[in-house]
Design a protein around this ligand. Sequence first.
Ligand SMILES: [Zn+2]
Length: 198
Amino acid sequence: MMLLQWLLIILALTSVLISIHLIWTVYRLRSHPCIEPVEIALPELSDELNQMLNNIAHAADISITPSLFIRRAALPNAFVVATFFRPELYLTDELLEHCNEIEHGLEKLTHILCHECAHIKRNDSIRLGLLTYALQWTAALHVNTLQHHIQSKISHIELQTDIAAEKIFKTLTFTANSQTGVWQDAAFKCSIIETINQ
Ligand SMILES: [Zn+2]
């Protein structure tokens, strides 16, 4: 068989694997008992969080603002899942609580949302997902050289995402000064405190 035909077969198989991975991930998340859309999990904060995300997505030049979900979990965490239609952004309630307790928490939360939007803009979701799977397998099989290689690849992607996120954040600061950004809005901070302390 010609080399080109082999390449096409490998490409087709990879596409099928990525599609199955995507569908399976979204299915698992959607049926997870601790995950709810922000409108249901935190209705008091829904508008503010969505508005904040909308502004950041606009600053990141993302055409479709991600859907926002809250996951009830013991660890502060944020992640993005690519879907065929609209990206999904997940925050844990523990992360919101953590941002509420620390100094400059709202700014920290904004940085985190910028980071996740940068992942969307860079189309990192699928390759990061596959690299993470590969990392788990190489760790389980003790293939150390490959494991370190994958780990450094993930670190490199995260570093590049941080650089992109910083640029988004600076754009956001600029728009905030022209009164269109919400992250400087004191009402947002107050509503987080009220909701979480209930
Ligand atoms: Zn990241």
